[in-house]
Design a protein around this ligand. Structure first.
Ligand SMILES: Cc1ncc(COP(=O)(O)O)c(C=O)c1O
Length: 500
């Protein structure tokens, strides 16, 4: 039985309310009653105020005979689908004789009942991670080729990061920035020693690091009696979701409904130095760029591009900001992606893999920019948190002293070669294979969501970067054998799902 997308149902708070609604349900159709029961898990309809809700696609899918993507899977594991999740019964269902809900659908419905709808419904729910693998509640294993979106650089529950977290958890969690604490100083020392930077500000995310960078850039010029309200950023870029950083993001899809955006941003085509020259003015505070555009589709800087930006920024008296939130921390085979070029920025932002999954962000700056953020000018309650910075320190130590970077360079090349050959064999299905190190993409000839779904069903997690582009950002510790395992699945999925 299919439920119309706009079916509205009274919210059902408890079993008695459910029973009441069931008593009033049309006819005695038990599936209809189950639909009403399931509707307690669904999200509010846009604009709805309390009393009406819209049945989610996930709830709806329970009563339809086809899955949203791809062919229907068998109800239990078979030799062709050994990882097929088992169907489980929902607790509290007054209709347990009805077709049972899958565990995944239950999680999606539960999430939709209590979380805001800003993320798509989760297709699966994960409970454990170890190295390059994650596991769902039924023990199904997935090879993680997306690393929590380029965040779990050392793999899940890395023993050395775990040890650092545990050790720090027994000592001190939080004291505020009114006091000194060892871990943040140690991590700042490491970042300073291994980058262009002289000083570091800690925060909690990539958006916050970019927010701090943009604020610093404006204030840098204001301090010199040369107010410069403008920034040059790039088309297809992504810098975060705060109002300032989403305004810096060169993709209007992210702006919708949040206007007016922060004033002062213009966008040049990525890689086009002539356009940059035209766009930079004496009012430009900074040029903001990802050395490898991540969310926008995995686009490494063309040769000479970063050098050209440095020249243009210097000539205009503007600062140069590298957003290495995604490309940093070994992702491209060097500690920072700018090391593939011959230049350094004035400011660099980090987050994601800096904490290997523990929330942390950092703004790294040169001495010339360091005096701008004086006491009272900018702050973050959790910035420099002892737990997060202790993890960051363990991550850097492992990257630099544990041989992870060198190994990631080799496996990055291997992954690139494997994807290049997949692209060649896939003919018109794949438009391009591109990337750097262990940040890779296959641009396809159509939407990749069904390919991602198929890979997941076969036990491999990949992600998109735009509708038609598959992105791979596995843990840096991945082995060649694991790359083979994952790319084989991906190759089959591409062939099965995309039209040639
Ligand atoms: C390049 C870049 N900058 C900034 C961000 C925002 O980071 P966060 O989600 O931690 O705020 C991201 C996130 O994907 C990113 O890829």
């Amino acid at each position: 039985m299919a439920i119309a997308p706009q079916t509205t149902i009274r919210p059902l708070a408890d079993d008695r309310a459910i029973e009441r609604a069931v008593a009033k349900s049309p006819g005695e159709n038990p599936r209809g009653r189950l639909a009403i029961w399931a509707a307690q898990f669904v999200d509010p309809a846009p604009g709805a105020r309390g009393s009406s809700r819209t049945v989610l696609p996930e709830a709806r899918a329970l009563f339809t005979s086809t899955r949203p993507h791809g062919p229907r899977l068998p109800a239990r594991p078979t030799p062709e689908h050994p990882n097929r999740p088992r169907l489980v019964s929902l607790p509290r269902s007054p209709f347990s004789e009805e077709r049972p809900m899958t565990h995944d659908a239950k999680v999606a419905a539960e999430a939709a009942a209590v979380l805001l709808g800003n993320y798509n419904a989760p297709p699966i729910s994960l409970v454990r991670g170890e190295g390059c693998y994650v596991f769902d509640s039924e023990g199904k294993r997935y090879l993680d080729l997306m690393g929590g979106i380029a965040t779990v650089g050392l793999g899940h529950c890395h023993p050395k990061v775990l040890a650092a977290l545990e050790e720090q958890a027994h000592k001190l969690w939080h004291v505020s920035n009114l006091f000194g604490s060892d871990p943040k100083i140690r991590l700042a020392e490491q970042l300073v020693e291994h980058s262009f930077a002289d000083r570091v500000f800690f925060c909690n995310s990539g958006a916050e690091a970019n927010e701090a960078a943009l604020k610093l850039a404006r204030r840098y010029h204001a301090d010199r009696d040369d107010p410069r309200p403008e920034f040059l950023a790039f088309e297809r870029s992504f810098h975060g979701r705060t109002l300032f950083t989403v305004s810096a993001t060169g993709n209007p899809a992210y702006w919708k409904g949040f206007e007016p955006m922060v004033d002062g941003f213009s966008f040049a085509p990525f890689g086009d130095l002539e356009a940059v020259r035209q766009a930079v003015t004496p009012r430009t505070a900074a040029i903001l760029v990802e050395p490898v555009q991540g969310e926008g589709g995995v686009w490494p800087s063309p040769r000479g591009f970063l050098e050209g930006l440095r020249e243009i920024a210097d000539a205009a008296g503007a600062l140069l900001i590298f957003d290495e939130v995604q490309s940093g921390m070994g992702r491209t085979g060097k500690l920072f992606a700018y090391e593939h070029s011959n230049v350094t920025p004035d400011l660099m932002t980090l987050a994601k893999a800096l904490g290997n999954g523990i929330p942390i962000g950092a703004l790294c700056v040169t001495e010339a920019c360091a005096g701008v953020l004086v006491p009272g000018s900018h702050a973050s309650t959790f910035g420099g948190n002892p737990l997060a910075t202790a993890c960051g320190s363990a991550v850097l130590t492992e990257l630099l002293e544990g041989g992870v970077l060198e190994k990631a360079r080799a496996t990055g090349d291997f992954l690139g070669q494997r994807l290049d050959s997949v692209a060649r064999a896939a003919g018109s299905r794949v438009v391009e294979s591109r990337g750097l190190g262990l940040l890779r993409a296959l641009e396809c000839n159509g939407p990749v969501a069904p390919v991602i779904d198929r890979c997941r069903e076969e036990g491999v997690l990949v992600i998109s970067a735009g509708a038609n582009t598959l992105r791979l950002a596995p843990p840096l510790i991945i082995s060649e054998a694991q790359i083979d395992e994952g790319v084989d699945v991906l190759e089959h999925a591409l062939r099965d799902v995309l039209a040639g």
